[in-house]
Design a protein around this ligand. Structure first.
Ligand code: UDP
Length: 236
């Protein structure tokens, strides 16, 4: 597949056109940001871990019946994915209180939630991705009611599948962020990435952070933690 011009550059990834208009190539960088861009840095080989781990998890989700954008891993940092129109929502699922949930609702980090919960943020950098509800999303024409139903149903199914996969690797899935896209025929599929940048992973025995919170909170050891997650979850 011939790789053509760059279409987009984000904080952690670049996207390139290919000779097939239905396929784009994602390139994963080591660049990391936190606190709405206030903190910038790099995490050694983060791009390799996120690329390989996200691809491995998406392939497992596909096998479990979740449609994803994954097409083909080209090398350690580059992957072909289906071209979609991204639904401008960050879909967050939480099993355990942490981060903004703990702050907003005054619940200690690590408190198990009575049931898994979902929230949406409006993907808009100028507005700093404000939290919105289903009715806001409908009022702003961000998605249809049917799409929001599908996204919600898929997100909770993804949670069930990922929790099992992670627990088998002795990792607790605290919370995570998903993004969905529309294919030209309107089908909703899972897009973006599933990685230690977008999930909170805690060691199930020690409770140690194995995710981007090490970088966000200046705790250190993030590069090694990313490698550890890949070692536990990516076989072959
Ligand atoms: N998250 C993300 N991108 C964002 C915001 C959050 O991937 O722009 C992920 C984050 O890694 C965590 C979950 O979504 O797994 C919930 O994050 P939270 O709302 O607690 O925000 P934070 O405390 O990270 O600001």
């Amino acid at each position: 597949m011939k790789i053509l011009n760059q279409l987009y550059e984000g904080k952690a990834k670049q996207v390139f056109a290919t000779e097939d208009p239905a396929i784009v190539m994602v390139h994963y960088k080591d660049d990391a940001t936190a606190g709405d861009g206030a903190k910038k840095g790099t995490i050694r080989d983060k791009g390799v871990v996120n690329n390989r781990l996200s691809n491995a998890l998406m392939q497992k989700l596909e096998k479990a019946g979740i449609p994803t954008h994954y097409v083909q891993e080209l090398n350690d940092r580059d992957t072909l994915v289906k071209r979609v129109e991204i639904v401008p929502l960050e879909v967050i699922i939480r099993n355990v209180a942490a981060g903004s949930f703990s702050k907003r609702f005054g619940v200690a980090e690590g408190t198990a939630l009575a049931i898994p919960t979902i929230e949406f943020s409006y993907k808009n950098d100028d507005l700093h991705d404000p939290m919105i509800n289903r009715y806001h999303a409908l009022a702003l024409n961000l998605a249809t009611a049917q799409e929001l139903d599908q996204i919600t149903d898929m997100a909770f199914r993804i949670n069930d599948i990922l929790r099992q996969i992670l627990l088998a690797a002795n990792i607790r899935l605290i919370d995570f962020k998903l993004e969905f896209g529309r294919l030209p025929d309107g089908t909703i599929i899972l897009a973006d990435e599933i990685s230690p940048d977008t999930c909170r992973f805690w060691d199930a025995t020690t409770g140690a952070h194995l995710d981007k919170d090490l970088f966000r909170r200046d705790l250190g050891g993030e590069a090694d933690a990313y490698q550890e997650v890949m070692r536990r979850l990516v076989t072959e």
